[in-house]
Design a protein around this ligand. Structure first.
Ligand code: HEM
Length: 415
């Protein structure tokens, strides 16, 4: 058996922080290997890239999630004891809870809520000089996510809850005060969500049976018991928070519409193109760089030993832009999705494998439908100009956005 190629440095934490999207694929390319070994946060870590590596990563019996996530990400982005750290039967059972929220009529209902909100917001945009798109979209999505999830959102709380949800996904990986702000946001958001769960359980709040608040509050684990208020709060936030996070992809889509402006006409003329366009944004614009797991028990892959307990990082962005799976991978070419056969391992912005049995994101259909609704609105419902601004994506932050947060002006609703 050969030993796994090693990165030059002993600990690669800084290199990863400096170059979150390039570190794994660039090191793999230097070593001419799909995997290498290093230390991250002083722990032995195997980093892997590409569709073949993703297939191994998502083969259930080899890797587990318990104990794989760094504490700082659990205390901010994800919360503790939620689905992300479950394995085997407990995971499958909890996953059923999330998948039960994803019926196509429900996804359409969320899309309709967003469209109504867009009409309302656009009327205000017409009377304003400049609109910071990211801020507006986050607020729209916070309102839509809460309404759809059966979570009451009094008008005076909109700003606070939007800021809390944003801190969870935007400042989780930050260092210093921003990170501590995200921890505080997690603490407050969980207290809020636990309060909602308790009100559903004592009958003082009665959201629709199909809403996330109702489903999570009444879900019973394999032992037949209700989730504790703390775990239920984490899971309710696992619905509301990522819907707000779709704002990142929406600003990235607006960015792509601006940079590749000939697509505006294509999307106007042909709705089918919307699907290809948003898929290409999801493939090419960076969001989460990698996902983590641990080796359950020793196994061998391509003659390399994976030893029990080692952490494994799967490169999401590098896999989406791997030249073995994608022609001209760095070019923005939505038409590549026409007639493309789906492969659960080569396009993994939201994880890979199977939605029901693996940890693949259950929210993928929501993301696609929301992105389509916004892009459709941008090209068919309003006219606008993009203010002269620096539109480089700031890769110093995760996920990367233009520093200006994408400013629009001269917005007019079409008749
Ligand atoms: C898991 C990305 C939106 C709910 C994940 C994973 C990624 C991801 C990378 C981990 C996959 C893995 O561990 O293998 C994203 C991105 C989104 C998004 C980039 C865009 C904003 C959503 C939405 C929802 C959602 C809209 C729900 C409404 C979840 C849940 C999990 C998850 C519950 C855990 C699944 C499990 O552990 O089995 N997502 N997601 N996400 N996502 Fe999303």
């Amino acid at each position: 058996m050969s030993s796994i190629p090693s990165a030059k440095r002993i600990d690669s934490t800084l290199a990863l922080l400096r170059n979150p999207y390039g570190f794994i694929p660039d090191t793999c390319s230097d070593l001419e290997s799909d995997l290498f070994e290093t230390r991250i946060l002083f722990q032995k870590t195997i980093c892997m890239t590409g569709a073949a590596a993703a297939k191994i990563f998502y083969s259930e019996n080899r890797l587990v999630r318990a104990g794989s996530m760094p504490g700082r990400i659990q205390k901010t982005l994800l919360g503790e004891a939620g689905i992300q750290g479950l394995d085997g039967k407990a995971h499958h059972h909890r996953k059923r809870m999330f998948m039960s929220l994803m019926a196509s009529e429900r996804i359409e209902a969320l899309e309709n809520t967003t469209r109504d909100l867009l009409d309302r917001y656009a009327r205000d945009w017409e009377t304003t000089d400049k609109v910071v798109l990211y801020d507006e979209v986050r607020e729209i999505l916070t309102r839509a996510a809460c309404a759809w999830s059966g979570v009451p959102l009094p008008e005076e709380e909109v700003e606070t809850r939007t800021a809390q949800m944003t801190a969870l996904f935007q400042d989780a990986g930050a260092v210093g005060w921003k990170h501590w702000g995200a921890r505080l946001a997690r603490h407050r958001a969980e207290r809020w969500a636990a309060g909602i769960i308790e009100r559903v359980r004592d009958g003082s709040l009665q959201p629709g049976q199909e809403s996330a608040a109702h489903v999570v509050a009444t879900w019973r684990d394999l032992n037949g018991k209700l989730l504790t208020p703390k775990v239920a709060a984490v899971e309710l936030l696992n619905v509301v928070r990522p819907i707000v996070a779709v704002s990142v992809f929406i600003v990235q889509a607006a960015h792509a519409l601006h940079r590749h402006s000939h697509w505006q006409q294509k999307l106007k003329d042909d709705k089918e193109q919307l699907e290809y366009f948003v898929q290409e944004v999801r493939r090419l614009y960076p969001f989460f760089p990698a996902v983590a797991a641990r080796v359950k028990s020793d196994f061998e892959w391509r003659g390399y030993r994976f030893s029990e307990g080692h952490r494994v990082l799967l490169d999401l962005y590098g896999t989406n832009t791997d030249a073995r799976s994608w022609n001209a991978p760095q070019e923005f070419r939505p038409e590549r999705f026409k007639d493309r056969e789906e492969n659960p391992y080569d396009f993994i912005s939201q994880g890979g494998g199977d939605h029901h049995t693996n940890h693949r994101c259950p929210g993928e259909w929501i993301v696609i439908s929301q992105m389509k609704a916004f892009c459709d609105y941008f090209v068919n419902a309003i006219d606008y100009d993009v203010l002269d601004q620096d539109l480089e994506l700031d890769t110093g932050e995760l996920p990367p956005l233009p520093k200006s947060r994408f400013i629009l002006c001269n917005i007019k609703l079409r008749q």
